[in-house]
Design a protein around this ligand. Structure first.
Ligand SMILES: Nc1ncnc2c1ncn2[C@@H]1O[C@H](COP(=O)(O)OP(=O)(O)OP(=O)(O)O)[C@@H](O)[C@H]1O
Ligand SMILES: [Mg+2]
Length: 230
């Protein structure tokens, strides 16, 4: 598949935190270009700044200095509302610990994506949301479990629900932070198969991982070290 350059780009991004009166420079000039349709794995030791970088890519945090371009558009000048708009329409998130609400059904958990994305320019009707949620659940092979509660699902199935929630708004970018970190090999392979299929359908994927098997499946593998990507 050919990809048109530059869905996201980091240029000389730094991020420093102040803790106990001391400044900690976690990112020290990160450059990253991710093409449309790309599948990039980021590894690095614990504390290297991987989640910090992912938060910036997901517009959940801002760089201390440097530039972040989303779809060719500099994000620094965007206000919080515009950033939520870009995030809601363009980015899906998957985390290690699923973040599903146990008192809600699988379908309701997936529908939560639309609550987080409520700043979108054209709000979707309830029936449209339901149809997108059912579509996403079919996509991850869990349509038959829509009425179940997350507690009755396996870890791999729960992560597939989280993926359905991440993709039901039809984002262009999937950001995953250790998506297989809580899964055994078999469930982890199933989740990876799914991510690979979504990528083959055009979804751009950035995944943070400690798992070599995940890194091997990506098109590109970068290592975060000393605050920079190598
Ligand atoms: N909001 C914050 N305030 C202060 N320090 C922070 C903050 N967020 C992260 N840090 C620090 O930045 C460093 C990098 O954290 P980060 O969570 O990005 O690491 P990571 O590479 O994702 O590690 P892990 O593999 O363990 O998840 C750590 O030393 C962490 O304590
Ligand atoms: Mg992390």
């Amino acid at each position: 598949m050919t990809s048109i350059p530059g869905l996201i780009e980091l240029r000389g991004v730094t991020r420093a935190f102040t803790a106990n009166g001391q400044s900690l420079e976690v990112l020290r000039g990160v450059d990253l270009l991710v093409d449309r349709g790309d599948f990039v794995a980021i590894t690095g030791s614990s504390g290297a700044g991987k989640s910090t970088m992912l938060n910036i890519l997901g517009l959940l945090d801002r760089p201390t200095s440097g530039e972040y371009l989303f779809d060719g558009r500099p994000t620094a000048a965007l206000g919080d509302r515009e950033r939520s708009g870009v995030r809601g329409a363009g980015v899906g998130f998957v985390f290690q610990s699923f973040h599903l609400l146990s008192a809600r059904t699988v379908r309701e958990n997936v529908l939560l994506a639309f609550v987080y994305g409520e700043t979108e320019e054209r709000p979707r009707s309830t029936s449209e949301r339901l149809a997108l949620a059912e579509d996403a659940l079919s996509r991850v092979g869990l349509a038959r479990r829509s009425a179940a509660h997350p507690g009755t699902l396996s870890g791999g199935e729960r992560q597939r629900v989280a993926i359905a929630r991440a993709i039901c708004t039809r984002p262009r970018l999937l950001l995953a932070d250790e998506p297989t970190g809580n899964l055994d090999r078999r469930n982890s392979d199933a989740v990876l198969d799914l991510v690979e299929e979504l990528n083959a359908d055009g979804l751009t994927v950035v995944v943070i991982t400690h798992d070599e098997a995940v890194a091997r499946r990506a098109h590109r593998h970068r290592v975060l070290e000393g605050g920079r990507l190598s």
